[in-house]
Design a protein around this ligand. Structure first.
Ligand code: ADP
Ligand code: MG
Length: 237
């Protein structure tokens, strides 16, 4: 009843010439609103594929993806793009900022699709960059920022439109241990404040302390699901 994201019999097969790669093999999973979930598994276990399917970036070979009342798998390209712009924030391992734009321009860009006027967009972007501790770096380009700072910009970009869901694919994969904790504290703190659903892909056990549930993936299948009763009890390195 409280299920916000529903995945039913989800299968993804990639075809490479003659070869078929079974990236996801009949995934069934439900996620309640406002929960933090981690997709954990070794490289090649299907984590990114699952995230990309949920975000509507790729189509399943078989199965259903329902988010709220929306059947993502039945949407056409235009509908799914619109859905993403209005409902989803994305954080990537390699930040994926636009190199020619400043921090503020990178953050405000996504708001254009929401029809928010320019002055308001800039105000929102500035405020969000201040929230992530980058009020003094508004006009820097990505190449003029450290890795941790670039990831903060991408966090600001993901959160600025107050989306219902935040997807993060190996968000700390390029960061050192101290920055990893800073970025995780920031991301989970904001998602909690804004009551968002947060789905993090990682192979790093350390990150699981931040989430409510850990979904262990192996060879495209859910191996087991673990409830984390110790959430938030993490210790900083
Ligand atoms: P993870 O994120 O857990 O490392 P992925 O979801 O990226 O794993 O990949 C799962 C499997 O699907 C791997 O065997 C990978 O090689 C394969 N795969 C992923 N994307 C593609 C693609 N675009 N074309 C072909 N095979 C792919
Ligand atoms: Mg991956």
């Amino acid at each position: 009843m409280n299920d916000f994201i529903i995945l039913r019999d989800l299968t993804k097969i990639y075809r490479m010439g003659e070869e078929k790669i079974l990236a996801l093999n009949n995934i069934n999973l439900t996620i309640a609103k406002g929960k933090f979930l981690c997709l954990l598994g070794t490289s090649g276990s299907g984590k990114s594929t699952l995230l990309n399917l949920m975000a509507g970036l790729e189509k399943p070979t078989k199965g259903e993806i329902i988010i709220g009342k929306h059947h993502i798998d039945k949407m056409n390209e235009r509908e799914v793009t619109k859905f993403r712009q209005l409902n989803v924030g994305f954080i990537f391992q390699s930040y994926n900022l636009i190199p020619t734009l400043t921090a503020m321009e990178n953050v405000s860009l996504g708001l254009t699709f929401k029809g928010i006027p320019r002055a308001k967009r800039n105000k929102m972007a500035k405020k969000m960059l201040e929230n992530v501790g980058l009020g003094h770096r508004l006009h820097h380009k990505p190449s003029e920022l450290s890795g941790g700072q670039q990831q903060r910009v991408s966090i600001a970009r993901a959160f600025v439109g107050n989306p219902k869901i935040i997807f993060a694919d190996e968000p700390t994969g390029n960061l050192d241990t101290r920055t990893t904790y800073e970025v995780m504290d920031l991301m989970t703190g904001m998602a909690k404040e804004f009551k968002q659903t947060l789905i993090i892909v990682t192979h790093d056990m350390e990150l699981t302390q931040y989430v409510d549930r850990i979904v262990h993936l192996r060879d495209g299948k859910i191996e087991r699901i673990e409830e984390n009763l110790m959430k938030g009890e993490h210790m900083q390195a």
